[in-house]
Structure formats: C-alpha cells, structure tokens
Design a protein around this ligand. Structure first.
Ligand code: IPD
Ligand code: CA
Ligand code: CA
Length: 273
C-alpha cells in the first residue's frame, strides 16, 4: 500500500468535507439529538461523512471503514489489515452555534497501529497531518511546517485541554473533579469542544497536554497518529499502553508532563475509592 497516496486521498477528502462545513456553519441547521440532550446531529455531519466515504471507498474498496454517523462497520472486512476511522465533523455543538472551532478527522490504522492521521480545520484552513515514520506537519496558507510537541516541563507552566462526556447531565462519571484538580495545578485548562483539534494542538505545541474519558475511536485516531509523529506521548489514564478501541480514555502530552498528569488523575481516582 502506498502510504503517501493514501494520505493524499485522506487530505483531499477532509478538505472537501471541510469546505462543506465552512459554508454550512453560516446556514440554518436542522438539528436532532442522539445519545443525550446535548449530543447533537446536523445534516452537515451526514453530508460531510458521505463525501469522505465516497472518496475512501472509491480509492480503497477493500479497507474497513469505521465512521461516526452511518455506524458503518462492515463485518465482512473485519479481517482487513487496514481500518479507517472517520469523524466527519468533530465539534458539532460548536458548529450548531456558529462557534468556529470544529474539524474533520480521518485516520488509517494498519494492524491496529496508526499509519495516517489528518485533522482539517476549515475555519483556519489548517491541515494537521502525519504518516507513520514520516513526521507530522501543518499544511496551511503559509506552506508546510514540521510539527513538534512543546518543551514545557512543569504543570504550572502547562496549557491543558479536556472535554466532558455527553451523559454528564445524568452521570457522576463527569470529569468535573479531574478538571478541578488540573485547574488548581496548571497554567490553564481549555475546553474547545473538539477532541480531534485538541490533540492536533498538542502535536503543534499549542497545548502541552490533553486528557478525556470515554471518547470514541474516531475522535482520537487521527490526533494520536499526529502526536506520536510530533514526538509526543499517548497512554491510557493510568499510564498504561494505549490502543485503539471503540471507547477510549486517554492522556496525550508532550511527554515531559506525562507522569505529572498521570499522578493528578490517580489522586482524584483515589478520592472516589
Ligand atoms: C465530541 C467532541 C468533544 C468531546 C466529545 C466528543 P462530536 O465529538 O470531540 O470535544 O468532548 O466527547 O464526542 O460529537 O462533536 O463529534
Ligand atoms: Ca467527535
Ligand atoms: Ca462527530
């Protein structure tokens, strides 16, 4: 498989979907709800997904596709070496409000390992991309720039990001205590509303670390690939080995603050035991 060709197809697909979203953010949206009252869906999520699926199916008819909106996971291709993880619109709640922080996220994994990651922010025309062993880059109007994680060593100097689960109105497993603990220790904690962009920003050194519980594979697959290629570290919440699965909790950082982040989360967990 030609990894560079696959990356080009993914970039084209993400940019085409992103163009639809950039136009769509100004339009009136038809909104429905999914798993909870704060888990929204627009026609734009579905239209962007159709564009991406069409491109990928045409170029790679035998690859497995795991997507958010069509719940497409063709069991016939379960044994495929190659799996694509697609979130056509990450940041739907921002999108519905015209808040310009959202992206399209596309990743390819080969035998469970990250091979390609593409996160495209259509509002800033920023495309964060990586291919295994080839480094991570930011492609924008200013050309191609190599991405490296930040050098920050102390939590007190660190800008972090997180997110909160869609069942937070009804579940106590809501990340609020963890958020509070980091607010007391870090320079700041942001909640952008797009996990994929948060991860891309860790890769770009704009954030020093990120954690979130119970995300889906398509939220993080591309971002993880980009962070690893930018020299960062990704693990489970307890510092355990991270692997792709339908539901994922993770810490992603510049590596230097990783153990400090694990300790903060471990202390909060202890309090609940
Ligand atoms: C959501 C965003 C958000 C995160 C949620 C995700 P969606 O994705 O990434 O930042 O906190 O857990 O589900 O629904 O906008 O694609
Ligand atoms: Ca998402
Ligand atoms: Ca989505």
């Amino acid at each position: 498989m030609d990894i560079i060709y696959a990356q080009e197809v993914a970039i084209e697909a993400a940019k085409e979907a992103g163009t639809l979203l950039r136009r769509g953010v100004k339009e009136r949206k038809v909104i429905s709800r999914k798993s909870s009252v704060v888990d929204l869906l627009t026609e734009h999520d579905q239209a962007a997904e159709s564009i991406i699926l069409e491109r990928l199916k045409e170029a790679f008819p035998n690859h497995r596709l795991i997507t958010e909106e069509s719940a497409l996971d063709d069991k016939r291709s379960d044994n495929s070496t190659f799996t694509w993880y697609i979130d056509p619109l990450d940041g739907t709640n921002n999108f519905t409000h015209g808040y310009p922080v959202f992206c399209s996220s596309i990743a390819l994994f080969e035998n469970g390992q990250p091979a390609i990651g593409v996160v495209y922010d259509p509002m800033r025309d920023e495309c964060f991309l990586a291919a295994a062993g080839q480094g991570a880059y930011l492609n924008s109007a200013n050309g191609n720039k190599r991405l490296r994680v930040s050098q920050t060593r102390e939590l007190v100097d660190s800008l972090l990001a997180t997110g909160f689960p869609y069942d937070r109105h009804t579940s106590n497993d809501d990340n609020l205590a963890q958020h509070g603990a980091f607010l007391k220790k870090a320079l700041g904690v942001r909640r952008s509303g797009s996990a994929a962009l948060d991860l891309a920003y860790v890769a770009a050194g704009r954030l020093d670390g990120f954690w979130e519980y119970r995300l889906s594979s398509w939220d993080v697959a591309a971002g993880v690939c980009i962070i690893q290629e930018a020299g960062g570290t990704v693990s489970g919440i307890e510092g355990d080995h991270w692997r792709i699965s339908p539901q994922v909790s993770l810490i992603a950082s510049n590596g230097r603050i990783h153990s400090a982040m694990i300790s903060v989360l471990a202390k909060v967990t202890e309090q609940f035991e």
